[in-house]
Design a protein around this ligand. Structure first.
Ligand SMILES: NC(=O)c1ccc[n+]([C@@H]2O[C@H](COP(=O)([O-])OP(=O)(O)OC[C@H]3O[C@@H](n4cnc5c(N)ncnc54)[C@H](OP(=O)(O)O)[C@@H]3O)[C@@H](O)[C@H]2O)c1
Length: 270
């Protein structure tokens, strides 16, 4: 595994496990498999309604609490100054942990600035080791960062955004890079919106280095400097998606894959 070094020296795995739609008893089994095959970053959210399952798998794994990095996210019911505090307490209680490793504001809510003040306090109080945002991009991101500066508030420690071979968000990534804010990709396989595993360019590049299209898709993002949180319910695919460090895409391969970028979201949420 490779890591991003966060400001306080903590290590954030560059490949984590996405947990959208991973719920119930079957979900706990999937999460248990993910930890068993070596994932050390679990990406959950209040919105996924699975923080309990994540906490259960964590405890069942026998791993020490500080061996697994747990990210969760505050969504609309907690959009507000006091509401955000309730959201943090809710996540701590669902996960049954004393501290969150990373708490993100899930989306660019109108109340994001109030929520951010609460997150900053929560970090100071030790309820969250790290704080960040998700889906902050374009104008909203620029204005939010300018506001943090003007208020003398710390900037987010990470932005988790839609990012895959079909839209790598060049402008937003450039802005985040200028500020030294790590980027993490959600839906690195497009959540099924494109037939990425049969994408000829990815299949051909993969064939030339003995890798699958999935591995090339993840490796491409890693080489752009973006962390990834792919999800799979299948153990063999979990292993495949973790095995993305022993090879390097050439500049030609990177340029070929870059031609897939359509320059727009496949989700159109923001
Ligand atoms: N912040 C946000 O707003 C936001 C939004 C969306 C997602 N997320 C996070 O990002 C994570 C990842 O995104 P996602 O779960 O939406 O979608 P994804 O990771 O892009 O794609 C998951 C799909 O790919 C399949 N898959 C995974 N590995 C594969 C492989 N090696 N070969 C073939 N198929 C494979 C999975 O099928 P199987 O499960 O059947 O293997 C599943 O259908 C989420 O789980 C969540 O944690 C965050």
């Amino acid at each position: 595994m490779e890591y991003v070094r966060l400001e306080n020296g903590d290590r954030l795995p560059k490949v984590g496990f996405g947990t959208w739609d991973v719920r119930g008893r079957a979900g706990v089994r999937v999460l248990t498999d993910a930890l068993a095959v070596g994932y050390r970053l679990l990406d959950t959210a209040h919105m996924y309604a699975n923080e309990r399952e994540v906490g259960e798998a964590l405890r069942a794994s026998g791993l020490a609490r500080d061996e697994v990095f747990v990210t969760t996210k505050l969504d609309r019911p907690f959009a507000g100054r006091r509401e955000a505090r309730k959201g943090i307490e809710h996540s701590l209680s669902e996960l049954k942990v004393d501290q969150l490793d990373l708490m993100l504001i899930h989306e660019p809510y109108a109340q994001a600035r109030d929520m951010w003040r609460t997150l900053v306090e929560a970090r100071e109080q030790g309820l969250a080791r790290h704080i960040g945002v998700s889906n902050f991009q374009g104008r909203f991101l620029t204005d939010f960062l300018a506001w943090c500066d003007a208020e003398g508030l710390p900037q987010p420690e990470l932005d988790q955004i839609e990012c895959h071979a079909y839209w790598t968000q060049g402008k937003t990534r450039a802005e985040l890079a200028r500020r030294g804010i790590p980027v993490q990709a959600w839906a690195p396989f497009t959540e099924g919106r494109r037939r990425i595993f049969a994408e000829p360019t990815l299949v051909e590049v993969g064939a030339s280095c003995g890798k699958t299209a999935a591995q090339v898709a993840l490796r491409y993002l890693l080489q752009l400097g973006v962390g990834v949180v792919p999800k799979s319910a299948h153990r063999q695919r979990m292993e495949e998606n973790l095995d993305v460090f022993g090879f390097e895409l050439s500049a030609d391969d990177m340029a070929r894959i870059a031609t897939l970028d359509g320059g727009h979201s496949l989700f159109g949420w923001y």
